[in-house]
Design a protein around this ligand. Structure first.
Ligand code: IFM
Length: 453
């Protein structure tokens, strides 16, 4: 097992991650408003099999059982997101106390089981009313996000000590606003660039709100990041890989940590330029306590003539999403982010894999590929720490099989299998592997990794 010789600091946090729309269900309960994902799923042809998050894993009602499974797993922390339309059904204005009550109960349940809540404020379920009023391409949505943040933090800030403002703004901006494959289903690059800017701006405002309303809490943002490798050593392929790195990684890292969008992309007009107001970049680059990194794969890029082209490495293993399994990419990514941007702390807020799991005749779900994926990626995190990256925790994506956006329920990322007809939870072999891994860590004094650099 690669992790057998992988040291971690004794206070390293072992977690699992989820998101509201992907697991909660209860779409019409306790005053929840409509989200862009409800509308998108109801639009024929947008989501595989016409699936939606209407029932999902029914976490809204079954969370005490799920927290019990987390406890048995030995988790130190649970990452979940808050559904904005439960708190402000119309996006702004009247706060729905029943929506807040749900997260209040969840946080108390977690703390009662010694599990630290890591709350994400936005994991893509924008209230439909805000989309109708202009959505993320409009600056007003960023203002609304700051108001929503205040309502949530005022209620939960006495108990939640780790806040993540946004999850994967690249995905929400580009896949949702330019490629049209996610809600709200827009297909304009200008909208994507504006949405990305307003997501970042609202992040900066939310950092202030959280620090003011919950002093002492830790605030960060989660980005989806992936190292971009040139397919060959030619200058053309290297330039193509650098462009992909710019669009996927530096477009967010540079404004957050350097207060500027990447000059090479602006100069080449690789993307439409964002419309900035004075002070926006200072707001966006307000110091944060940690950076959340979601990583699943790497990019291998060649120059396709009319732009970068993604190459498939045929000899590598690929997951059910078609994503290459390449643990060293996580190691190199973490070391590179630490070197180039010096975040105070890093949490790997998502890492995991979808495979075509089935429950077999013995009643179990045997998922050796996922166990191997987690083992090799966790070992890569240990190497990154040894090489100087300030990684403080690791969250498996995901605790439960769940609604995988445009793929519906066809992709299973969980370490707990969901039997969708009955909603029975069946811990997979990877769950037991992670449980044993965490418990061995807890029993064995861990040598602090020493930087080799
Ligand atoms: O399911 C998603 C999650 O919502 C965001 N990060 C990637 C996961 C797997 O695609």
């Amino acid at each position: 097992m690669p992790t057998e010789n992988s040291p971690f600091p004794p206070d390293f946090i072992w977690g699992a991650a989820t998101a509201s729309y992907q697991i909660e269900g209860a779409a019409h309960e306790d005053g929840r408003g409509e989200s862009v994902w409800d509308r998108f799923c109801a639009t024929p042809g947008k989501v595989r099999n016409g699936d939606s998050g209407e029932r999902a894993c029914d976490f809204y009602h079954r969370y005490p059982d799920d927290v019990a499974l987390m406890r048995e797993l030995g988790l130190d922390a649970f990452r979940f997101s808050i559904a904005w339309p439960r708190i402000l059904p119309e996006g702004r204005g009247k706060v729905n106390q029943k929506g807040l009550d749900f997260y209040d109960r969840l946080v108390d349940e977690l703390l009662a089981h010694d599990i630290e809540p890591f709350a994400t404020l936005f994991h893509w379920d924008t209230p439909q009313a805000l989309e109708d009023a202009g959505g993320w391409p409009s600056r007003a949505t960023a203002e609304a996000f700051a108001e929503y943040t205040e309502a949530v933090v005022r209620r939960l800030g006495d108990r939640v000590r780790h806040w993540i403002t946004h999850n994967e703004p690249w995905v929400h901006a580009w896949i949702g606003h330019s490629w049209g494959q996610h809600a709200p289903g827009r297909t304009s690059e200008a909208d994507a660039v504006a949405a990305a800017h307003h997501l970042l701006l609202s992040h900066g405002w939310a950092v202030d709100v959280i620090h003011a309303s919950a002093p002492g809490s830790q605030v960060g943002i989660t980005l989806n990041l992936a190292q971009a490798y040139p397919a060959s050593e030619t200058a053309e392929d290297e330039a193509a890989a650098w462009q992909v790195d710019g669009e996927a990684n530096r477009w967010f890292l540079d404004p957050l940590f350097r207060g500027a969008y990447p000059a090479d992309l602006l100069e080449r007009n690789a993307l439409v330029s964002p419309v900035l107001q004075d002070g926006d970049l200072e707001t966006i680059s307000a110091p944060i306590d940690f950076l959340g990194v979601n990583n699943y794969f790497r990019f291998v890029v060649s120059n396709g003539g009319d732009g970068p082209r993604m190459e498939r490495v045929a000899e590598s293993q690929h997951t059910d999403m078609g994503w290459e399994v390449y643990p060293d990419g996580l190691h190199q990514l973490l070391v590179r982010v630490a070197r180039d941007y010096s975040p105070r702390e890093i949490y790997v807020t998502e890492n995991g894999a979808a495979f075509g799991d089935v429950r077999v005749h013995d009643g179990h779900v045997h998922d050796p590929e996922r166990t191997a994926y987690l083992d090799t990626h966790i070992a890569a995190v240990s190497r990154a720490i040894a090489d100087g990256a300030p990684v403080k925790g690791y969250f498996v994506w995901s605790l439960l099989d769940n609604f995988e956006w445009a793929h519906g329920y066809s992709k299973r990322f969980g370490i707990i299998f969901i039997d969708y007809p009955t909603l029975e939870r069946v811990p997979k072999d990877s769950y037991y592997w992670y449980r044993d891994f965490i418990s061995t860590r807890a029993r064995t004094p861990q040598p602090s990794p020493i930087a080799t650099g």
